[in-house]
Structure formats: structure tokens, C-alpha cells
Design a protein around this ligand. Sequence first.
Ligand code: THU
Length: 158
Amino acid sequence: MKTLDLVANITICCENELTESQKNVVKAAKEATLCSYAPYSKFNVGAAVLLDNGIIVKGSNQENAAYPSGLCAERTALFYAGAAYPDAKVKKIAVVSSKNGIINEKICSPCGACRQVMFESQYRAGSPIEVLLCGANDIYIFNSVDILLPFGFDYDDL
Ligand code: THU
């Protein structure tokens, strides 16, 4: 028998400690919360994706009266990036949530389905995607989706 230890390196910092490109993607994620359509949960989520062509794509959660038909902000942004810029690689994704226009204190932790979609984007990119989960004060930086989804399933598993 043997055991494997998972080691996760997560940086926690505040906004003024970010690099310019990190600041830009976080700013875009905050702006994206304003386009959230969340009349049911009233939980507004914004996501922004930085592509290797320098373009930042924004997405927000889009809810539906038939609840499961809605989509999270992260997948809205990643699918839009894939649809509009199929040849671009995702470099970073930032996620933030707000309620009544105020950024939530707690970081917005992506759901399992969004982690899986991030994992696919990372596979497609061929290099680690940096994930920035933002709370009102703290920003958690994961240097790879692998940390959020260890042992994820991808093309090579088929
Ligand atoms: N939501 C996201 O958009 N991203 C997350 O990371 C967590 C949850 C959305 C889905 C739903 O519209 C609302 O937040 C409440 O779950």
C-alpha cells in the first residue's frame, strides 16, 4: 500500500498586491457582476477570462425560472470565450460575487461543474490557468485548476 499527499500552493493577498494583468481581470470580473441575471438567488456572480491574445471576456450567472436551465458565471465566460475565440488559450480566470451591489466578503468558490469546465479549458490551453477567487478583501490565487480539481477527467482519460 502507498499513500499520495496532495500539496496545494495557494496565495492569499489583497488587490493592491496583484500584478497589472491580475488587477485587470479582477476588475472585469467585478464589472461582470453588474450584468448578472439572478432574480431567484439574488446572488450575483461575475467571472472574467484573460486570453493569450490579451482579450478579457466577461460572464455572469444567468438564471432561469426552470432553475437547472440557468448557468454559472464561470461557464458563461468560458463558453463565450470558446465560442468567440476558439483558437485563443485561457490564461487566467477571476471570479467574484456580490449581493445588492456589494461585493461579498467570502470568496466565491466555483461549483464542481465549473471546475470541470475550467479543467477542460486548461487541457485545451496546454498550460496551467491561474484562478483568482475574490472576496471583498482577500483574493485567493490558485496557479492551476489542478488544485481546485485534483485528478480531473480529461481527453486523455477517454
Ligand atoms: N453561481 C455562479 O455563477 N458561480 C459560482 O461559482 C457559484 C454559484 C451562481 C449559480 C446561481 O445563479 C447562483 O450563483 C446561486 O447558486
